[in-house]
Each structure stands twice: as C-alpha cells, then as structure tokens.
Design a protein around this ligand. Structure first.
Ligand SMILES: [Zn+2]
Length: 78
C-alpha cells in the first residue's frame, strides 16, 4: 500500500499577496442581528460552538502567512 502524502496547503495571503504554505487561516463569522433567522443545522454536521451557531450563513475565510500579516491587514478591511 502506498503511503498517503499530505499535500501542503497553499493559500494566497490576504495581507501581502504571497503564497503562504500552511497558512494562518482566519474565519470571520458575522453576527446576526437579533431576530434574524437562524439557519438549520443537520444532525450529521460536526458540533459547532456557540459563536458559529449564531450566524453560519456566510463565513469569510482569510488566509495569512502568519499572525503578523493578519495584524498588518485585518479581515475587517474590505
Ligand atoms: Zn503575508
């Protein structure tokens, strides 16, 4: 049997634009305003923490080389 080789993940850094290997991934979960519809989750879905449950409709994912790049250009900059 062949050994499975784990491919390194490469993502473009949101801050500097370089291709980062095994990037620092930052998820932005927008908070829903009160009264907004909460999406229904399937039972088979992995357990999510409370913050994720509040608004999983649209989760933004930002990739960075590291934490430094993240502080250089925080996800809130659009
Ligand atoms: Zn970077």
């Amino acid at each position: 049997m062949k050994k499975k080789v784990t491919k390194p993940i490469k993502r473009k850094c949101y801050s500097c634009g370089k291709m980062a290997t095994n990037p620092y991934v930052y998820h932005v979960v927008p908070a829903l305003s009160y009264g907004e519809e909460i999406p229904v989750y399937s039972k088979s879905a992995p357990k999510t923490d409370r913050i994720t449950l509040r608004g999983n409709k649209k989760v933004d994912v930002y990739n960075y080389c590291n934490n430094q790049c993240k502080s250089d250009r925080p996800p809130t900059c659009r």
